[in-house]
Design a protein around this ligand. Structure first.
Ligand code: FAD
Length: 812
């Protein structure tokens, strides 16, 4: 009996120490003390001590451990780990990790999350958003841009250049605006609410491209020449990486440069002959300077010993003989400038390489480093801005549009779609704020940028579909008054660029996350690749035993959280959000455990098991999205009225994290391990549900009722009631409809019948005739009727207007 009790104590002690991630020496000393107690109570014999010594001595004597345990495991590890290509290694080395590594490691520090400063705009940045950004929003006519001109108007282009819209990332010393990442995000959000063409045109030069590359890697001469010209809009840049044969697999570009001597501007110089065929290049048709990625070769060893120097980036003025630009692609009726470019044996000097000849072959590293930052800004901000404007517009439309004598937004089916838009709008804004905040703290968050890019563009696609459904024919029929169709058409562009989404989800998020966020995997990989065998063994030993302790700890924590429902975990706040923190800690431990078990059982195959790694990435992503939502709620002063939005966003993300874990276990290749995982993580089955119908109803109502909470949701968007701004007009009409309803009801009551809520101008006349409303009230009804009709009506055209000009010219 004593032995049994002692045994239980031993298990409890192990679990306790594992939970708290005790070191090997603490384990050993604690067990020795427990054994001594057992001997004292006469329940542990000499055999027990022998067994203890058999385990403890080899583990604790460093040389023995390294020779008999670590060395064989290191050899095994080298055998099963897949070869990493240079481009993969550079992609993994690029950038930094931030709060996502806390989420990956099983025990997130919530204080750390809430201690990160809330990003803020400087006075200058705010003035730019209130001034030039508002003006350009007013100037752009999206229908004219997309349907009639297939480009922004010359006035808009000029205004963009004059006001340095293309120079948000360029430093002040070169004449740029030098805005922080958060400010860039707020500018793009506002622009994308108005026009996708506008937001893409401004987004690209401020993202991955010559400006960023020059500032980080350019020579002084290149910086002094190009940056002031880019800042003034005298140069229009583009960046060409993608080739017909190399899209997602951009490291495989066939475009090349051969180092050789040649003549440039009348002088004999060392240079390179470039041959390229690129496509899909944004701004290429009008660019004056082409950022070009190609593989550089030095067959005559003019630079040194290396023949294949690798991917290199250069800046090529497009007016050089042989550079072909000008033709356009037509991306989904969202005609921002985008097209192919070619060149055959175009000779340029070596100092056209960004950073000069010494940066030859460094192009891939430069690109992935820039992408770590840019990917967190442009597409996530464009997506968040688009949805914020649509959330308000769709809420307003749902309240204005009536069918079956009711605003359609009161119908439960519509509420479900509205709630998805509202909850996601809150979440998406939270994510852009937190991610750009990380950049402003000096991070280059490669994992976060992939999470933000993937999830926000996917959510954009879902929410635009919802908004289209809610608008019915109003969303389908195109024309000046349609504020949805171009966003709907263009959503797949955001899905495809900067890492197509299937690839981003399947490979990038977890692939980079597992190696960068895991506390030991990178150290193990580096040790395995170290040619100094003594150092390799030393480093691998350290990482391996840390890893084992970490893995055991996450198993113990997962079991304990399943057993207690994670309800005993401390939470930073005692309100309803407290439970979300507990669930996130639980899922974080589950993720750490699942990740280790997947790596242990699948080894190098995990790289090919994309659907396993996609689901592991999903768990990490949903934890990040939930963290961003809770951080926003806290940073904005824990506004009680925002709780329906917070509840929807967190419950939706946590439910999806649960689905990812459930599907991962269902599809885990090793079925015995899968069963053990299920018992550990879901001993009583899955238990979280989607946001309830009540939450959906609350969010839908919030979108249809002007309030501070609703204004916070649309914060920073272009909603002024300028004549052509449909978003501003909808806001006004929503307010007018709500104010008109009591007047309308008063008239119905006096007439003794329930009229339909239409022809309000005629209803006003009846009210005036009955002398039960004032002239002001009648005027309000008339104005409301005008706004109501503008909101529900669609455009129509003469047949002739829809026939293209070129077709007409051919057939005239
Ligand atoms: C409008 C537009 C603007 C663009 N602007 C630029 C620009 O300015 N500069 C530039 O250089 N490029 C630009 N691009 C190129 C863009 O980055 C590529 O389109 C993108 O990398 C995908 O390449 P692809 O279209 O050839 O698709 P593919 O590479 O053929 O991919 C097809 C599908 O296969 C999936 N896939 C591929 N590999 C894997 C994998 N290992 N695992 C899982 N799924 C995978 C992808 O996710 C995708 O769904 C632009 C593209 C478009 C459409």
């Amino acid at each position: 009996m004593e032995l049994f009790t002692w045994f239980l104590c031993a298990i409890a002690l192990s679990a306790f120490m594992a939970y708290h991630r005790a070191s090997l020496s603490t384990y050993t000393l604690s067990f020795a003390a427990l054994l001594a107690l057992g001997s004292f109570l006469d329940c542990i014999s000499f055999f027990g001590w022998l067994l203890f010594a058999a385990f403890a001595l080899p583990l604790n004597i460093s040389d023995v451990r390294k020779q008999y345990i670590t060395q064989p495991l290191l050899s095994l590890f080298k055998g099963i780990m897949p070869e990493m290509s240079v481009t993969e290694k550079e992609a993994i080395d690029a950038g930094t990790t931030w709060f996502e590594s806390e989420l990956f490691r099983g025990s997130p520090d919530w204080k750390k999350l809430h201690d990160y400063p809330q990003p803020r705009l400087s006075t200058e940045e705010q003035a730019f958003i209130d001034g030039p950004v508002d003006t350009i929003c007013q100037m752009v006519d999206d229908w004219h841009t997309t349907h009639e001109r297939a480009d922004l108007s010359p006035e808009v282009w000029q205004y963009l250049k004059d006001n340095k819209f293309f120079a948000m990332i360029i430093k002040k010393q070169y004449g740029g605006l030098e805005f922080c990442a958060y400010a860039q995000s707020r500018v793009l959000q506002k622009l994308s609410g108005v026009s996708t063409v506008l937001a893409s045109t401004v987004g690209v030069p401020n993202s991955l491209g010559p400006g960023e590359l020059l500032q980080l890697y350019g020579t002084k001469a290149q910086q002094d020449h190009y940056l002031p010209r880019l800042a003034k809009g005298e140069e229009i840049p583009c960046f060409a990486l993608t080739s017909p044969e190399a899209g997602s697999d951009a490291g495989a570009i066939p475009d090349f440069g051969i180092i050789c001597h040649g003549e440039f501007e009348g002088k004999e110089v060392l240079g390179m002959k470039l041959t390229w065929n690129k496509r899909y290049i944004t701004l290429a048709p009008i660019a004056t300077v082409l950022g070009l990625a190609f593989k550089l070769k030095d067959p005559e060893h003019l630079l040194g010993d290396i023949e294949e120097l690798g991917i290199t980036c250069a800046l090529i003025p497009t007016n050089i003989d042989g550079v072909i630009t000008g033709r356009r692609h037509f991306p989904l009726n969202v005609p921002f400038q985008n097209g192919p470019t070619q060149g055959k044996e175009v000779f340029v000097p070596l100092d056209f390489i960004i950073g000069g000849a010494e940066m030859a072959g460094q192009g891939w590293r430069m690109l992935v480093e820039c992408l770590s930052v840019g990917r967190a800004i442009t597409l996530p901000s464009n997506s968040a801005g688009g949805i914020k404007s649509l959330a308000l517009a769709t809420g307003a439309y749902s309240r204005i549009r009536r069918q079956f004598k009711l605003p359609i937004g009161k119908m439960e089916g519509v509420e479900e779609a509205l709630a998805r838009i509202g909850g996601n709008a809150y979440l998406m804004d939270s994510v852009t704020t937190m991610s750009t905040g990380a950049i402003d703290l000096g991070e280059k968050p490669s994992v976060i940028s992939a999470i933000a890019k993937y999830h926000l563009t996917e959510k954009l696609r879902t929410c635009i579909n919802d908004a289209m459904d809610i608008h019915g024919g109003k969303g389908v029929c195109m024309g000046k008054s349609n504020y949805l169709a171009r966003g709907y058409q263009g959503a797949p562009v955001a899905i495809t660029v900067e890492g197509a989404n299937i690839l981003t989800r399947s490979m990038i998020i977890y692939g980079q996350g597992a190696i960068r966020c895991h506390p030991y995997v990178l150290a193990e990989l580096e040790a395995a690749g170290n040619s100094n065998e003594t150092q390799a063994l030393e480093d691998f030993d350290h990482a391996l035993f840390g890893h084992v302790g970490f893995a055991i700890s996450n198993i113990c924590r997962s079991v304990w959280f399943s057993f207690t429902g994670s309800r005993l975990l401390p939470t930073p706040y005692k309100d309803e959000t407290g439970r979300y923190y507990q669930l996130m800690t639980r899922f974080s431990s589950n993720l750490a455990m699942l990740s280790d078990i997947a790596m242990l059982t699948l080894g190098g195959d995990l790289k090919r098991k994309e659907r396993i790694s996609a689901r592991l990435g999903d768990i990490l992503s949903y934890l990040y999205l939930t963290s961003a939502t809770l951080k926003r709620f806290n940073d904005e002063g824990r506004q009680h009225d925002d709780l329906p939005l917070v509840r929807w966003a967190t419950q939706d993300s946590l439910y999806k994290a649960q689905v990812a874990i459930d599907e991962l276990i269902n599809n885990f290749p090793n079925k015995i391990v899968a069963k053990l995982l299920r018992v550990t993580i879901f001993p009583l089955g899955t238990w979280l549900s989607k946001p309830s119908d009540i939450t959906d109803h609350q969010v839908a109502k919030l979108l249809q009722t002007p309030s501070e909470s609703r204004s916070r949701l649309g914060q920073g968007q272009y909603l002024t009631q300028h004549g052509d701004n449909v978003f501003g007009q909808l806001e006004l009409t929503l307010t007018n409809v709500l104010a008109s309803e009591p007047i309308f009801n008063k008239i119905c009551q006096a007439l003794g019948k329930k009229l339909p809520f239409l022809q309000l101008d005629k209803v006003a006349e009846k009210g005036l005739a009955l002398k039960i409303i004032t002239e002001d009230e009648a005027e309000l009804l008339r104005t409301t009727e005008q706004g109501r009709l503008a909101a529900i009506n669609v455009d129509d055209f003469d047949n002739d207007e829809l026939i293209s000009a070129s077709f007409k010219a051919q057939n005239s």
